[in-house]
Design a protein around this ligand. Structure first.
Ligand SMILES: [Zn+2]
Length: 452
């Protein structure tokens, strides 16, 4: 079934393509066909072909027979040969540009790395004044190749206040903008600096961790950020920080339904009694994809803070958290450079199997307790597209293949909803497209990457 924009006047190329009268619909500048199209649009979850017009937006989604005739005479036509087309992955929280900026490397090359992962929209979750200036320079010189939401930092990972510099800015919600002021970031506990605040004692002499605020202090800061019109994203790793953040966000959100979409980052160690509270306040919650099975089973030692075995069930309990909080909005975050891989493919594999591939290529299998946190392919793909777009106020622009949405796509070697879960990790990104233009192409797959 064809779903298409009402074409009258919707495309700038209409009337200039020389099409004969009677074929006003042949206005697509790009048609992609013969694919498995996973739209992430619940009304029309699958299709075969997509048409894009010159304004970088999708104009039609349907079968090959329905969509191919929409191609203008000069249109690019991509035969996917049965490969899978999906919305570009949306990462709600990473540090790609900050990491490069701190390392003194060229931030302009960062976009290419992100695009090679299949990510077309991401967010920079620790932006200080210097990084903000750099991001604005990149954007104004059109060297920002991905859609990026900047979260201005109220404090740093060690809990030290950076002052109210963020209050000089307002969030931006311009449809289609590459650089967006997303909101304000607050660290409620340790992790990148110091130790996450848990109610149990970490193994190895790390104590109970570092909590940076009382409930009253955090509610005061969140209330000021909210009053300034900003979304707040609160980093909370340990269960004491998760509880404090839920209390503080709950005070500010009340029964409003969370219109500013205030966010909980990580909710990593979530006690059973805290799980339903995410949904009760309507929080947006970002979750890690790759599960640290190799670390937790003793194969490799990449994390510093080890949870005692009796509290392992509190660690990333995504299945239980999703079921306890149907009123919450869940999103995936790569949190680059936290993991050895920031690939959405590896995140999907982790979400669904809770297995992990070690550096030597062997598979670390999860215990029953670890595996209990797994979620379905469909749930994971939603977190990695529509869920993360909601967290970034971009769900009406990206994350679904539907008429009117921006043409941000990824081509995968296979259909993640059809392969064996254990083979999800073998999926490859073959091409990444932003706004209808090829932004990254895997070597050997040039045939599906027209020069545009
Ligand atoms: Zn982070």
């Amino acid at each position: 079934m064809l779903v298409a924009l009402a074409l009258a006047g919707c495309s700038p190329s209409q009337g200039t393509t020389g099409d004969a009268p009677g074929t006003p619909s042949a206005t697509a500048d790009l048609v992609i066909f013969d694919g498995v199209v996973l739209t992430m649009d619940p009304a029309h979850p699958r299709a075969e072909a997509v048409a894009v017009a010159g304004d970088d937006r999708i104009i039609a989604v349907g079968s090959r027979e329905e969509v191919l005739p929409l191609a203008s005479r000069t249109a690019s036509v991509i035969d996917l040969g049965g490969a899978t087309l999906m919305p570009g992955f949306v990462d709600a929280h990473s540090h790609f540009f900050g990491r490069a900026n701190a390392a003194g490397t060229d931030t302009a090359g960062v976009s290419e790395f992100i695009l090679s992962l299949g990510i077309t929209t991401t967010a920079e979750l620790f932006v200080d004044e210097a990084l903000f200036a750099e991001l604005q320079r990149l954007n104004s010189s059109r060297r920002l190749g991905v859609r990026l939401s900047a979260y201005l930092a109220a404090n740093n990972a060690c809990g030290e206040s950076l002052g109210d510099w963020w209050s000089a800015y307002s969030p931006t919600r311009q449809p289609g903008e590459m650089l967006r002021i997303g909101g304000v970031k607050v660290y409620a506990d340790g992790g990148a600096c110091n130790t996450p605040a848990a109610s149990y004692e970490y193994l190895g002499g790390h104590g109970h961790g570092d909590l940076y605020f009382s409930v009253a202090e955090l509610a005061g800061l969140v209330g000021r950020i909210d009053a300034a019109g900003h979304q707040v994203a609160v980093h909370a790793l340990g269960d004491r920080a998760v509880e404090t953040t839920l209390d503080a966000l709950g005070q500010v959100i009340g029964s409003s339904g969370n219109p500013k979409r205030h966010r909980m980052e990580h909710s990593a160690a979530t006690r059973p009694d805290l799980r339903a509270r995410h949904g009760q306040i309507g929080a947006v919650v970002t979750l890690f994809g790759p599960y640290q099975t190799c670390f937790l089973t003793g194969k490799t030692g990449t994390f510093t803070f080890r949870t005692p075995a009796e509290y392992l069930e509190w660690e990333w309990p995504w299945r239980s958290l999703l079921e306890a909080s149907p009123g919450a909005h869940f999103a995936w975050h790569a949190d680059f450079p936290l993991f050895s891989s920031s690939s959405p493919i590896d995140a999907l594999y982790g979400f669904v199997t809770r297995a992990q591939v070690a550096l030597d290529g062997s598979v670390c299998a999860p215990s029953a307790t670890m595996a209990a946190g797994a979620i379905s392919v469909g749930e994971a793909l939603s977190l990695m597209t529509t869920g993360a777009a909601y967290a970034l106020f971009r769900e009406t622009e990206v994350s679904r293949i539907a008429p009117g949405m921006l043409a941000d796509f990824v081509v995968l070697s296979g259909d993640p909803t059809a392969v064996e879960p254990s083979r999800l990790v073998d999926l490859q990104v073959w091409m990444t497209m932003v706004g209808g233009h090829v932004a990254w192409c895997r070597g050997g797959h040039e045939a599906i990457c027209p020069q545009t």
